[in-house]
Each structure stands twice: as structure tokens, then as C-alpha cells.
Design a protein around this ligand. Structure first.
Ligand code: FPP
Length: 269
């Protein structure tokens, strides 16, 4: 497998924005000059909202609300840093089993996030996408999401992907079903199915392989997130709860990544 991270990082186009506020970054330098070993695709399992809140005597929902502020921070920081793809695990297929009040609060936070961050996403040339069973989401979330996904589809600075009602096993099963249907209709032959063909059938195909997977809260597992795409991902685990994760922690994760020797099953350099 080719090391996609070794490819030159595309230069984010300079931004000339009518919005003269600090949310707009003027990035005109070739990012390769600044950082040559930056992950192209970063995934984040934003864990620990509930524990952060409970340890302060607050309701779990307060933890999610605080966690949404950390989302703002990482999106801003990753865009500024020249990350090409950022995928956030915002709601898993299994999260539907949580108490209905918590699900409702999370859906409201998501809709609010998309509305609130609209200007920042557009003026920073960020493309918003989503993976998962989006049709399972409440109409209010789907409509806001769909609108911003459409409006930002030509943005090229960074792709921000929200994994919503998402499960890695569910994604693989959906891809297998799609390929079976194409074989049954005669459009595809079984012998044509290889790793690339399978990758192209995944919801996350446009994002490419994950280079760096970050998980907060001290838990050391993947929890059904981007299973296929993490085949050769580097992992970074932080003991901090998601609401207390800071830009400096993200930088530490990038530094850890830069020091790794990725061999992809070979003997390396
Ligand atoms: C896991 O922590 C976190 C989630 C299931 C939801 C993540 C949601 C947000 C960060 C806020 C909204 C998202 C966006 C994109 C605006 P947990 O609740 O399982 O924590 P615990 O393990 O401590 O209980």
C-alpha cells in the first residue's frame, strides 16, 4: 500500500474574506515547508463528555455541550494547521441505545453546531460532509446538515466529516450489500472485487485511509469507528476527557505522529 501521507500536502488557497474577524486564517505558505510529516486524514473519538460532567456534579448533557466547544477548537486548529480530512465520531449507531433525553440533547447540539458554525465553515473554505445512516436523524438535523453540505461542497481547504448514526461494521455490511447487488445485476463480476473496489463502496471512500486516530478519556479501543480505513492508522490516546482536550494536546498528538515509522507491513526505510 502506498504511503498517501508521504504525498505533498496540497496548499490551502489563500483566503481573502470580507469577514475581517479572527475566525479567518490567511494561509499562503506551502504547508510542506512548515510541517512535512502531518497526517492527511485525522479521526477523533471524542470520548469522556459524560464522565467530565458527572465528576463535576453536572448532567451528562452539560458534558456534551462543553464537548461541542472542543469541536470548534479542533476544527479551527486542524484547518489552521493544513489537515486535509478531519472525521469526528459525533454519534454512533450504538448511541441510539442511550436515554432518550440524552439523544434529544445531542441532536439539538448537532443542529445548533451546524447553524452556528456556518459562517466559519464557509469563510474558511471548509467542506462539510457526513457519513452514517443520515436518514435516521431527526428532520431538523438532516435539513441543517444537508443545506450546509450542499453550500460547502466546492470548498477545498479541508473536509470536515461528521460520523452520525455511524458504525464501522454497519459501513462494511452496507458496502458488501451494494457490491452483491451489483454482481447480481451483472454490472460487476466477483473477480473485480479487490481492496480498491471495496474501499470505493464504503460511505467513507472519499476520505481515504486514516493516518492518525485520536481518542480521549483514557479508553484504548476503536469502538466501531472507521474499521476499514484504520487498517494502517497510527493511534494516539489522551487521558484527558474530551471537554478538557486543548490545542496543545492536539499538537502533542501531531508530534507523536511525526515521530512514528510507518511501515505498512514492509521492513521500512
Ligand atoms: C462520547 O462521550 C461522546 C459522544 C457520544 C458524543 C460526542 C458529541 C459531542 C462532542 C458534542 C456534539 C458534537 C458536535 C459535532 C457539535 P460519552 O458521553 O460516551 O462520555 P463517557 O464515556 O464519559 O460517558
Amino acid at each position: 500500500m502506498k504511503n498517501k501521507s508521504a504525498q505533498p500536502t496540497q496548499v490551502p488557497r489563500p483566503l481573502i474574506s470580507p469577514f475581517a474577524n479572527k475566525a479567518v486564517y490567511v494561509i499562503s505558505k506551502n504547508m510542506d515547508e512548515i510541517e512535512s510529516n502531518l497526517p492527511k486524514h485525522v479521526g477523533i473519538i471524542m470520548d469522556g463528555n459524560g464522565r467530565w460532567a458527572r465528576s463535576r456534579g453536572m448532567h451528562r448533557v452539560a458534558g456534551h455541550r462543553q464537548g461541542a466547544k472542543t469541536v470548534d477548537m479542533v476544527v479551527t486548529a486542524c484547518r489552521k494547521r493544513g489537515i486535509r480530512f478531519l472525521t469526528l465520531y459525533a454519534f454512533s449507531s450504538q448511541n441510539w441505545s442511550r436515554p432518550s433525553l440524552e439523544i434529544k440533547a445531542l441532536m439539538e447540539l448537532l443542529a445548533e453546531y451546524v447553524r452556528r458554525e456556518r459562517q466559519k465553515i464557509m469563510s474558511n473554505n471548509i467542506r462539510l460532509t457526513a457519513i452514517g445512516e443520515i436518514d435516521q436523524l431527526p428532520e431538523s438535523v438532516r435539513a441543517a446538515l444537508q443545506q450546509l453540505m450542499t453550500d460547502s461542497k466546492d470548498n477545498t481547504g479541508m473536509t470536515l466529516c461528521l460520523a452520525l448514526s455511524y458504525g464501522g461494521q454497519e459501513e462494511i455490511v452496507a458496502a458488501a450489500k451494494q457490491l452483491c447487488a451489483r454482481c447480481t445485476s451483472g454490472e460487476l463480476s466477483i473477480n473485480d472485487i479487490d481492496n480498491d473496489c471495496f474501499s470505493n463502496a464504503l460511505w467513507s471512500s472519499a476520505l481515504g485511509p486514516v493516518d492518525l486516530m485520536i481518542r480521549t478519556s483514557g479508553e484504548l479501543r476503536l469502538s466501531n469507528f472507521l474499521l476499514w480505513s484504520c487498517a494502517y492508522a497510527e493511534f494516539y490516546f489522551s487521558d484527558k476527557m474530551w471537554p478538557e482536550f486543548e490545542e496543545a494536546d492536539l499538537e502533542t498528538a501531531f508530534s507523536a505522529y511525526a515521530s512514528r515509522n510507518r511501515r505498512y507491513g514492509t521492513v521500512g526505510k
